[in-house]
Design a protein around this ligand. Structure first.
Ligand code: GLV
Ligand code: MN
Length: 222
């Protein structure tokens, strides 16, 4: 086989680097690494994953998760319930680079504006119909009414939502290319942060007066 020319070599190197840097989680180095039980309050955000339970103690149930069999309550001001299926809830996902949530929306319910710093999200609607949308870094809003059996993808890190626009309850399964995508929910992150973001910072950022900020904080601060 002839040697690749220098420009081709450069292109190959560039593509390899791009592929490596676009991955969400690190590549696994073994078949599986079921997360060993963690101590109270110990974070699941660990690099390159959580410590493994000894392979000799791994059983079929470690690869099974029943947490999505039932709907989450939507009896709250948003009319929504998200049941996470990440490595914290499902230790068998450790080092596998994937996770899955169940999203339940009452009629008119919303999974409010939020983003995932560590993963892209594939939204597959299982029941009902929802408006799914995100905003790009160029400030463009992309959205679509997504119905049963259809999917919509949210690029990594971008602010997005799901809003039930049908007449009955709606449900989606959302799949991530990370075992722990992380979530920043926009309104509580800004108006419910602890310690609080100074009113002046928020008022200036949103170009409104302090009373508006106080009202918003009263809704999101505990
Ligand atoms: C939906 O957006 C989810 O994060 O599960
Ligand atoms: Mn999401």
């Amino acid at each position: 086989m002839s040697k690749p020319s220098p420009p081709l070599l450069l292109l190959l190197l560039l593509s390899a680097t791009l592929v490596a840097t676009c991955r969400a989680d690190p590549e696994p180095v073994q078949d599986f690494c079921v997360a060993a039980p963690r101590g109270d309050g110990e974070s699941a955000a660990a690099f390159p994953g959580l410590p493994c339970k000894p392979a000799s103690m791994v059983v079929s149930d470690d690869f099974f998760f029943a947490g999505h069999a039932r709907a989450a309550s939507t009896d709250n001001p948003m009319g929504s319930g998200v049941t996470p299926g990440n490595v914290e809830a499902f230790p068998g996902l450790n080092t596998l680079g994937v996770s899955i949530n169940r999203v339940d929306l009452a009629p008119g319910g919303i999974n409010p504006l939020h983003s995932h710093p560590r993963a892209a999200e594939l939204v597959n609607v299982v029941a009902g119909e929802m408006l799914v949308g995100f905003v790009s870094t160029a400030g463009k809003f992309y959205s679509k009414v997504v119905r049963e059996g259809e999917s919509f993808v949210i690029p990594r890190g971008l602010v997005h939502f799901q809003y039930n626009v049908g007449t009955g309850p709606a449900r989606a399964m959302t799949v991530f290319n990370s075992q722990l995508p992380g979530v920043v929910i926009a309104a509580p992150a800004l108006f419910g942060a602890e310690p609080e973001i100074p009113d002046a910072v928020l008022a200036k950022s949103f170009q409104v007066d302090g009373e508006v900020i106080k009202l918003l904080k009263s809704k999101f601060r505990k």
